[in-house]
Design a protein around this ligand. Sequence first.
Ligand code: SF4
Ligand code: SF4
Length: 145
Amino acid sequence: MRKDFWKNIPVELLTNEEWEAICDGCGKCCLIKLQNNAQSIPFYTSLACQFLNTKTCKCKVYNSRKKKKHDCLILTPDNLKQVVKWLPNSCAYRLVNEKKDLPNWHHLNSKDCDSVHITGNSIQNLAINELFVAEEDYENFIAES
Ligand code: SF4
Ligand code: SF4
């Protein structure tokens, strides 16, 4: 990966490895989101997609995620601008899109993939599997992004 690529290189010109490395591994984008109407900003809940491992914050079906969960959003350099409103405020892709630097705890700065968890910036052990809650009760789990 090229030095400081997330600061200097437009996302369309990143290699696949560089693009994937921007993800901080927080797991927040896999929380269930609610929306009042198609135009409104989504509310995040503390409920996680059934396929998220809530201990590691990794997707259990990553390679077949779109097949397993039809509304799973697959982020690409091409759709980033369109879907950015669905990403949490701390999301590294959102920060790169806004031309902001990544935080110190991001693994590209800290060189430690666990620092997102150690510093409390992930949802590790905080989210509840969506299957444990009835859909009509989702709004009782609205949280901040
Ligand atoms: S919110 Fe962004 S940085 Fe965090 S896991 Fe999802 S895509 Fe990666
Ligand atoms: S299927 Fe999609 S939303 Fe669910 S855990 Fe995997 S990546 Fe996240």
